[in-house]
Design a binder for this molecule. Sequence first.
Ligand SMILES: CC(=O)SCCNC(=O)CCNC(=O)[C@H](O)C(C)(C)COP(=O)(O)OP(=O)(O)OC[C@H]1O[C@@H](n2cnc3c(N)ncnc32)[C@H](O)[C@@H]1OP(=O)(O)O
Ligand SMILES: O=CC(=O)O
Ligand SMILES: [Mg+2]
Length: 726
Amino acid sequence: MINYINKGKLQVAQELYEFINSEALPGNGLDTEQFWSGFEGLIHDLTPLNKKLLKTREVIQSKLNTWYRENKGNFDLDTYKLFLEKIGYLELKVEDFEIGTAGVDDEITLQAGPQLVVPVNNARYAINAANARWGSLYDALYGTDAISEEDGAQRQGGYNPVRGKKVIEFARNFLDQAAPLKDFSHKDVNSYTVADGKLNVSLSNGIKTGLKNEAKFVGYQGDQENPSAILLKNNGLHFEIQVDRNHPIGKTDKAGVKDVLLEAAVTTIIDCEDSVAAVDAEDKVLVYRNWLGLMKGNISSTFKKGDKVMIRMLNPDRRYVSPTGKELSLKGRSLLFVRNVGHLMTNSAILDQNGDEIQEGIMDAVITSLVAKHTLLGNGQYQNTEKGSIYIVKPKMHGSEEVAFANELFDRVEDLLGLERNTLKIGVMDEERRTTLNLKACIKQVKDKVVFINTGFLDRTGDEIHSSMEAGPMVRKNDMKSSKWLQGYEQSNVVAGLSCGLKDRAQIGKGMWAMPDLMADMLKQKIGHVKTGANTAWVPSPTAATLHALHYHEVDVKAVQNEKLNQSADLLEDILEIPFVKNLNWTAEEIQEELDNNCQTLLGYVVRWVDQGIGCSKVLDINNIGLMEDRATLRISSQHLANWLHHGICTKEQILATLKRMAKIVDQQNADDKEYRSMATNYEDSISFQAACDLIFEGYNQPNGYTEPILHRRRIEAKTRFAVKQ
Ligand SMILES: CC(=O)SCCNC(=O)CCNC(=O)[C@H](O)C(C)(C)COP(=O)(O)OP(=O)(O)OC[C@H]1O[C@@H](n2cnc3c(N)ncnc32)[C@H](O)[C@@H]1OP(=O)(O)O
Ligand SMILES: O=CC(=O)O
Ligand SMILES: [Mg+2]
């Protein structure tokens, strides 16, 4: 039972009401009564339009379904385009324009680097993410498969000097690439010293040298004769050579180098959306409270690691002496964005004048901005922004009308909170087909607020399947990655971004590396993102951020963007190529393998979401590779299964049998988790197992193939049942 407080015509869940009144509002320069009445007005003015936009989604999907059914597998592109134009799916072309966003922090306009994403409701991880602005290269290399275990370089056990040697060699190669010495290698260095504002380097053979480009030396810590850190800068990113001859690693190194510290997660997205399970006021308050702690800088987390109790807090800034002897301070924390939820869901934390649940996207916009206002007022220990902006990522918007709605919502929030126009900045996720196809029109709607566009290819793949559900059976999940539409989508996003003037003003971002344990592969592949002209790309962990930073040292994104500035490309036809299979030739084994894989990852994710409220998990696939699973990857697997079922590639009985078999495997995989509730003991009684069935068997009818409605419903059911049982 939710205890509601009546506030004007609103009913507000007591815990949210108290959080806002006693934690979020004080110090914010707002009058409590005015805030609540303004919030009520905003809700009642904007909810009808929000609902109308959702209705439009339904109408469009239904028109698509009918058209594909009537033209099954057999239509030419021109006819298809005409149809899409007629139903408003393809919007009118917009004239060229440039965005006018102002007051944007350097991390977005000047620096190119990794973007970390983290679930907001996990304080331990969220603080870690904010601190991931700086990461140890030695740790990232030593602790992952980035360095192979061949030739005695195993990771297991205590410190392995063979592995350590490989790490040091890798790091020296990095130094030679990012800050080369005149004629020599960092491998030959005996000591680093500072004199006359320059970095002096003595080599083992007695020769003295310096940096090829002396301007790369930007600061140091410690004595000039015996610096403990040398600060260098390449392609806009900083890194430190850390020297300590008494350190266990430093004393084995002839130059005394103990580590190389990289500026890594330049920006971080604090996620209230797809990596989070937040279904009611209790959950939402945790979300907003952690965001408040990050904005005020006073968040902390106490946890046990092994036998040790650890307290984690936000890191301070890093201080250096510049080459000219002045004090130099660099931010110790990532620039934070907050990802709000999209336009779809409602939440029982607030009921409107009709007794209906509030649109959750409206609630997020108001409360996350209210909270972030503290950083603008300097109310906390640290300030997130030096330019007076609040950065909000808006996901899952379909077409320019929905982006215009977000713009209006943000304007209204600014007015409510007494913020100057365009204080709220928006990151637009390009992750629905209707947004991809009309991206320029979408950007135009937020042209004075936009600070990023990003290819969320996971949601985008889910939408590709759902929007063309009736067109035919989709290619296997792995083959999606090489399909034409996806290549066209990735390319056209960069082209649109550059043509709208995002260079030096906003981020053009690429999607998530969803294999957190495969760092060697990431090092090989993710440089591709940078080479396409993206000035940021998503990573799932601080370690991945540190390693992905290497790519921005290797490739100068600004130069790539300059090269591409005037390139135009008409990729519409590629994007419109639907990835369905006309000539079916899968063997029974291949079909079963696909079902196994999808069912296993789906169950592995859903069981933790529904039973434990964990919104992002590393889940083993059938090849035992740990994959980052969130709601977007769940949208893909559930829609893929629904699509194959719809087209008779498999039967309901076959999927059910597969789910049951996979549930046993997932149960075993979680055997060590004391909180875990088995699915296979009683399939009918397991809310999680039933949620998985719903996601597939009711998948055809889910709005745009989203998983939230079912997950929320089933999680609320589980919370109710387990609260009663405990
Ligand atoms: C399609 C989309 O929308 S993608 C965006 C949504 N996805 C995300 O936000 C991914 C975020 N990543 C995560 O949640 C996690 O990395 C997972 C769930 C994938 C894996 O988590 P785990 O299995 O716990 O990872 P693992 O055991 O390898 O590492 C845990 C350590 O790494 C840290 N860590 C892992 N991921 C993160 C992160 N995103 N931010 C900060 N720290 C992190 C943890 O703090 C922990 O360190 P600690 O013990 O010092 O606190
Ligand atoms: O939000 C990211 C995605 O890939 O979806
Ligand atoms: Mg997404």
